[in-house]
Structures are given as structure tokens and as C-alpha cells.
Design a protein. Sequence first.
Length: 162
Amino acid sequence: MVLWFVILAPVLVAEIFQSPMADYRVVAIGAALPLIEAFFAGPRYLHTMVVAMGLLAVVMLATANRRLLRRRLLGIPIGLLLHLVLDFTWVESELLWWPAFGFEFNDDATAAFNRPVEIGLLLDIAAIVVGIWAFRRYELDNPDNRDLLVRSGRLARSAMPQ
């Protein structure tokens, strides 16, 4: 189910913010970051709003007067917040708003790695379809546009929606 997050988060950011200067690679990393909790006890801290907003605050404070670094690093908390949306974490209020409802985590949370494999497969297929659409929309068949995305994480201005 990695594709669901890695493809959809950057496409959503590109469509919503329409910023050719954003680093969409970093957004994808931020969106995939909570998946590392699958190797531990399940959805925990990286699936909470307090950690996502805390990370946003740290990036904002640590990059004061460093616009370029800030622009790049903001992709991590933005991707993390999009993970919470795409993972349907918002339906698990005790997880999303931890520690407001207590400091213990519910082991029955419905985060990505607790879903049936079939659902994850369907979501990844949907992500591939969105990826094909985005490939065409952002003119990534053009080698210069594709190279810019791979090299810098940016989309060509000419390929951005007007």
C-alpha cells in the first residue's frame, strides 16, 4: 500500500498548492514515513496530529531566515499530514488526537497495515491510475520535465495547471 501514499500525496500537493518550487520527493517521503511503524507495534506516534503539528512547528522554527531549506523540509510534515488523511486515520479519533483520550494506543486501529490485503491492493491500483494521469498532466513524457522532477523534486512551470 506504499504507492497509495507515495503517489497520491505529491499529486494532491501539486494540485492544491500548484507550486512548481515544492520538492515533491520530500512530500512523498513524509507521506511514507508513518509506514515504518508497521515494523514496530502498529500505528502509534506518527499517526497522531500532535506529532505532525509538532514536526511542522520544528521545521518552521528551525528554518527561520532560511527560505530554501524551509521550502524543502516543509514537504515532510505536509506529507505526514496527508498520510493521516489518506490512511483514514481521522476515523480513529483516539489515535488521531492522541494523547487527548489517554496515553495508551488501541491495538485495533485501522491504519494501512491493519487493512485487508485486497483493500491495499485496490488502493495501490487506484494510485497507479492517478500516477498515469499525473504523468500526462505534468508532461513527464518530456525528458527535461522528468529530469527536473528526478533531480530537484520540482515540476516544470510550463507543466503546472494554470
